[in-house]
Design a protein around this ligand. Structure first.
Ligand SMILES: Nc1ncnc2c1ncn2[C@@H]1O[C@H](COP(=O)(O)OP(=O)(O)OP(=O)(O)O)[C@@H](O)[C@H]1O
Ligand SMILES: [Mg+2]
Length: 147
């Protein structure tokens, strides 16, 4: 039923937990899983010294890229060994927008993601990314709570 499952991950315990649940679903359905991390490029504009014009350097870009690659490698390790095909993908952009665009392009037929992420400080049930994806995704979204 589900051929391609998209699992957006941010390195939080919530998204790692979601990835584990996705593996269980994939095993039942013979699905392929793609772990996707979106590097939020707006971070680049807040990295320079305060009260200066934003200067984006290769070092900053490399730092964000290697941070994203580490998130993907750590999540892959956390779900290994999985008896299903698991790929990783790194993209740049606004996380919710990138996830929704991929779903609209027919990349996946199910999204499995965490209810909250690294920014889980308030008492809200959903973070801004899971809230937006749940509202705008054209395909089913499974939101995994950390319990
Ligand atoms: N940069 C990202 N790339 C891929 N998936 C992400 C990214 N950020 C969040 N997600 C996915 O969205 C889920 C919910 O995270 P979200 O960012 O919405 O919550 P939060 O960090 O608690 O809140 P907020 O970011 O709004 O302060 C995560 O568990 C993960 O599955
Ligand atoms: Mg977040």
């Amino acid at each position: 039923m589900f051929k391609n499952i998209l699992v957006p991950v941010d390195g939080s315990k919530f998204s790692t937990n979601a990835a584990r649940k996705a593996v269980v679903i994939a095993q039942k359905h013979g699905s392929k899983i793609t772990l996707l991390h979106v590097v939020n490029h707006s971070q680049l504009f807040s990295m320079g010294p305060p009260q200066s014009l934003p200067v984006i350097t290769d070092v900053m870009i490399d730092g964000l890229r290697s941070g994203g690659e580490k998130i993907l490698a750590d999540t892959l390790k956390a779900v290994s060994p999985a008896a299903v095909e698991v790929e990783t993908e790194l993209e740049w952009g606004m996380p919710a927008q990138v996830i929704i665009t991929k779903a609209r392009d027919g990349f996946c037929d199910l999204i499995v993601m965490g209810s909250r992420g690294l920014g889980a400080v308030s008492g809200l049930l959903l973070g801004s990314v899971s809230d937006r994806v749940a509202k705008l995704s054209p395909c089913p979204v499974m939101i995994v709570k950390d319990n």
